[in-house]
Design a protein around this ligand. Sequence first.
Ligand SMILES: [Ca+2]
Ligand SMILES: [Ca+2]
Ligand SMILES: [Ca+2]
Ligand SMILES: [Ca+2]
Length: 347
Amino acid sequence: MVGAPIIAISPLTLVFSIEGGNDDSFFAIDACTGQITVDSPGLDYELETQYMLNISVTADGDALASASASITINIIDINDPPELRVVGPAGTSLQLQENSPVGARAAGFVVAFDAENDRQVWNVSRVDPPQLNGAFRLVPSSPGNNTFAQLEVARNLGSGFYGLLNFERTAAVTLVVEAVDASDRSVSAVGVFNLVVLDGPDAPSVIADQVIYLDEAIVTADATVGELIGTQISVLDEDEENVTMAFTGTTFGASTVGGLGSDGTARVLTANDLQLGVSAIGEELYFRLTRKLVLTGTPSRVLFGSQFALAVYSVDLTATDQSGATGAGTVSVVVTLNPSSITSGVL
Ligand SMILES: [Ca+2]
Ligand SMILES: [Ca+2]
Ligand SMILES: [Ca+2]
Ligand SMILES: [Ca+2]
């Protein structure tokens, strides 16, 4: 409804019509009551603030008994929500390098086209995959810029195999973005946009929580340098580079359980007791111990998981790829009781 009905006074039946000023057909008039109404959408204060309609009223269909009046319709401005879209380096997606650190910004902009140039409070309200929820924030591209925002890494997402912003695992991310008018929180807009994760170098990752089991019968026998012993150690380089691996220190310390020393003290494991050799090359690398650890004395025996352990060591490893990127990790080396050494009363 636009204003009150047009008033015309006559004892005869009156017929109202719009004769001019309605070029875009935004308005209609009720022929009987003279009530003007909006007839089609698209009224926009930013495009046209005022319309002048020429209204005619005719008595009983008698064209000679008619009058006309010019009616002014003022369009009242309201606060429009912004139109959101992405302007990216290659179209409508943002782009961000995998393994990006906190504060890194994606290429491209989220743009808020707002009729009133209102300041927007930006919010990344949802991310898919969900493990990236809370990973990003949107910030104005420059201080005071109400139109252009950039996506920024908000927290440490890690890198390599365990990284959350990981091209090899999730190259496409979906963002649900909200822009709320800073001065009127009831006015807001939501957009759904794509973030393309770009491939970058990955440091090698020593797979976590690995346990290397060495049988007592092997480690107590004479050493044969170069012989592969124990279960494998897995390292993964997502770029499929070759990786070399080394012990991080020369001494790994004492066993956390039991002991291997003849004097009853826990035997300290050193890098001389073990060596690392490659047993396979590919995206996933397997290293195995290649030298024997010689046990002396009568060790104590402790239950480790489902097996009896003579000793449990924590061994730090450093993996280095062809680009020189390094990854650190720790594996447990467990010397397990060989069943043949079980005699009654020993345990
Ligand atoms: Ca606005
Ligand atoms: Ca990766
Ligand atoms: Ca990569
Ligand atoms: Ca690499």
